[in-house]
Design a binder for this molecule. Structure first.
Ligand code: ADP
Ligand code: TRP
Length: 330
């Protein structure tokens, strides 16, 4: 069997083209050399999403997004985290090998504490223990299946280090029971700019969502911030948000033509924005159709996730059994 590449996706919002280029596509490309395991991390989302209908809807949206963007559930093992009862059990066992100091230093928790302190509040105000234990749950996700590699963005690097640390602590106590995984950290992952030129992010309200209605996508693209140069003025394609976004979707030949128009005059921002909107719609045409079909067929999504959970549990149970046996809880 191929080595295992596993990644979890928190269901927290509508996917945008930054997510696609920075995460979905690279993660799916790994399927060529790895057995891919992808899961919807709904227990992790529960640290912040406390509205049941919202959480349910987000799980469907993120599942449909993966399937629409090319995840083949016959090959990949695709499941929902909360369908794996071994996960909370393993989380507890692992928490007994997690140094509390490590969790005190985890970025997300520290950021929440720092914010409280800067506002003159008690350091732990409003912080639930789920947020605090988030890295242990993530270690369980990774270690349960003996994952070899974990492709994640730079923001998740510390979580992988904590996972390795926990596995090593366990193995120091009981021998080589758990596989210590490697992170595949996309340090120089392309940073896709949003329509305002900052990094595209849900938090900045500057995204081009993949599955929104066509007119919304066109409208967002027309709102890309440009300078006040006229079409005939020469322009610098470097650090130009519109040009950068075009570079992801235009053919190499067309991109070169556009570059020449920028450099020597003739690039009209309005026309190029229209061209970009059509390129994006064409690029995602099939995925968009598929997404809408899937969102109307939740029974299918449930079936796919149930089958994925069955396969994932089969993979995970021997590791949990070995860990239980090692500890004497068998
Ligand atoms: P957001 O910033 O919109 O909340 P997330 O933090 O949920 O997005 O990101 C999920 C994944 O998508 C990240 O691991 C990252 O690799 C990728 N990603 C998000 N925004 C971008 C971007 N602007 N450019 C490239 N990759 C991105
Ligand atoms: N914490 C990750 C994020 O916020 C999601 C995640 C949960 C994950 N479990 C994982 C990623 C296991 C990789 C492996 O993006």
């Amino acid at each position: 069997m191929k080595p295992i590449s596993l990644t979890g996706i928190k269901p927290t919002g509508k996917p945008h083209i930054g997510n696609y280029l920075g995460m979905y596509r690279p993660a799916l490309d790994l399927m060529q050399n790895y057995q891919g395991m992808y899961f919807v991390a709904d227990y992790h989302a529960l640290t912040t999403v406390h509205t049941p209908d919202t959480l349910r809807e987000l799980v469907y949206e993120v599942a449909a997004s993966w399937l629409a963007l090319g995840l083949n559930p016959e090959e990949a093992i695709f499941f929902r985290q909360s369908d794996i009862p071994e996960i909370p059990e393993f989380t507890w066992i692992l928490s007994c090998f997690t140094s509390k100091g490590l969790l005190n230093r985890a970025h997300a928790y520290k950021a929440a504490v720092d914010e409280n302190l800067s506002l003159g509040r008690d350091s732990d105000e409003g912080i639930n223990a789920g947020l605090y234990n988030y890295p242990v749950l993530m270690a369980a996700d990774i270690l349960l299946y003996g994952s070899d590699v974990v492709p994640v963005g730079l923001d998740q690097k510390q979580h992988i280090e904590i996972t390795r640390d926990i596995a090593e602590a366990f193995n120091r106590t009981y021998g080589e029971v758990l596989k210590v995984p490697e992170g595949i950290i996309q340090e120089n992952v392309m940073k896709v700019p949003g329509i305002d030129g900052q990094k595209m992010s849900k938090s900045y309200n500057n995204t081009i969502p993949i599955f929104a209605p066509e007119n919304e996508i066109r409208k967002q693209v027309m709102r890309i911030v440009t300078d006040s140069k006229r079409p005939e003025d020469p322009k610098d394609p470097q650090d130009n948000t519109l040009f950068t976004l075009l570079s992801f979707f235009a053919s190499p030949e067309r991109l070169e033509e556009i570059r020449q128009l920028y450099l020597h005059g003739g690039a009209a921002y309005g026309d190029l924005k229209k061209e970009l909107a059509e390129l994006i719609l064409a690029h995602f045409a099939n995925a968009r159709d598929h997404y809408h079909e899937l969102m109307h067929d939740r029974g299918y999504i449930n079936d796919v996730l149930a089958q994925g959970a069955f396969r994932a549990r089969q993979m995970g149970q021997p590791y949990l059994a070995a860990a239980r046996k090692a500890t004497g809880i068998d």
